[in-house]
Design a protein around this ligand. Structure first.
Ligand code: KG4
Ligand code: ZN
Length: 344
């Protein structure tokens, strides 16, 4: 089976083709970052319009890259949510129409399941069960994963997602959009220990997160601090350390509670090097193995959607003749797939 995957939930257009036996045949990602940069965040209408411009030419491009014709594709999968409704509708309409024209099945995919399964594209890939930390612009989730579709949400964000906290704090520090990578770069040049921010919700039991208070802490600190480069870098460093510590403490807690021996980290913020380092050293102490997607598949991409789609299509799932877009969609609503685990 060979599957075309399409991702248009936010500000990246991602297209990929995956083969059941040969793995990833071709993929492409286009980031709209420069379009949204002047507004300091994603403008939904501009995102939708750009997905319209990019998606079809990118499908043509990856088909050519893979040397494939429509008859070589056996199914089309697309991100149906969660995400921006207009952006989702673009990918959903194109995917569903193409599948109808090519007379093949279409399947709607949950964006966070895409992130959760992205490390399956690497070698070695994780086996079940595992704990997944999903850290993106829209979500901070700790998930107990028994199998594909058997997801137990152990911890969730009560306010800002961790990527959102990075982006908003970067804005306070006068950095461009997207803020996460820019803040991480500034933090790497900052002195540790000059400022100390709290590790939210680590002083009580539970696995939920709250990051909006940290941003306020940065705001208040900035009001009283000199605006020189060294000060801003030290504040960025203190913010990053607080976030990384918090995520590490909660992952450690989830691993202790479940006794799982594998930890998967995915989503845009999993590209953060300090987070990777901290989780790796915590996991080594516990004898836990850590799995990440390659850097380019940490942020939004079509390959993770193609993989999730391939597994589900192989299990016999597909949609009716409908265009599905769900801006809000709980990970726990997905059907289970017990029999397939593809190691590509
Ligand atoms: O998964 P993703 O591409 O999109 C969503 O599904 O939201 O994640 C994007 C988020 C943004 O908030 C971005 O600032 C953050 O991931 N991000 C990072 C880094 N790279 C991307 N945050 C911290 N450090 C990074 N290196
Ligand atoms: Zn994402």
């Amino acid at each position: 089976m060979r599957v075309l995957g399409i991702e248009t939930s936010c500000d990246e257009t991602g297209v990929a083709i995956i083969d059941q036996h040969q793995g990833l045949l071709a993929h492409a990602v286009y980031s709209q970052a420069t379009i949204h940069a002047e507004f300091g965040g994603v403008v939904p209408e501009l995102a939708s319009r750009d997905h319209i411009r990019k998606t079809t030419p990118m499908i043509r491009q990856v088909m050519e890259q893979g040397g494939l014709k429509p008859k070589d594709i056996s199914g089309i999968c697309y991100t149906a949510g969660p995400g921006l409704i207009g952006a989702l509708l673009v990918g959903a309409s194109i995917a569903r129409s193409l599948a109808w024209a090519w007379q093949i099945p279409a399947l709607s995919i949950h964006h966070m399941e895409g992130h959760l399964l992205a490390p399956m594209l690497e070698s070695p890939s994780p086996t079940f069960p595992f704990i997944a930390l999903l850290v993106s612009g829209g979500h901070t989730l700790l998930v107990g994963v028994q199998a594909i579709g058997r997801y137990q949400v152990l911890g969730n964000s009560l306010d800002d997602a961790v990527g959102e906290a990075f982006d908003k704090t970067a804005k306070l520090l006068g950095l461009g959009y997207p803020g996460g990578p820019a803040l991480a770069k500034l933090a790497s040049q900052g002195k540790s220990g000059k400022y100390h921010f709290p590790r939210p919700m680590t002083d009580r039991p539970g696995l939920d997160f709250s990051f909006s208070g940290l941003k306020t802490f940065v705001h208040n600190t900035l009001k009283q601090a000199p605006r020189d480069f060294a000060t801003k870098a030290a504040i960025a460093r203190a913010f990053e350390e607080a976030v990384v510590d918090t995520l590490t403490i909660k992952c450690k807690r989830a691993l202790a509670e479940t006794q799982h021996k594998r930890l998967v980290i995915s989503g845009g913020v999993s590209a953060n090097q300090r987070l990777r380092q901290s989780l790796r050293s915590m996991a080594t102490q516990l004898g836990v193995k850590v799995f990440y997607p390659r850097l380019e598949f940490c942020t939004d991409n079509g390959a993770m959607i193609a993989y999730a789609g391939l597994v589900r299509l192989l299990a016999g799932q597909h949609d009716e003749l409908e265009i599905r877009a769900r801006p809000r969609w709980a990970l726990t609503e997905l059907p289970t797939v017990d029999s397939v685990q593809l190691q590509i």
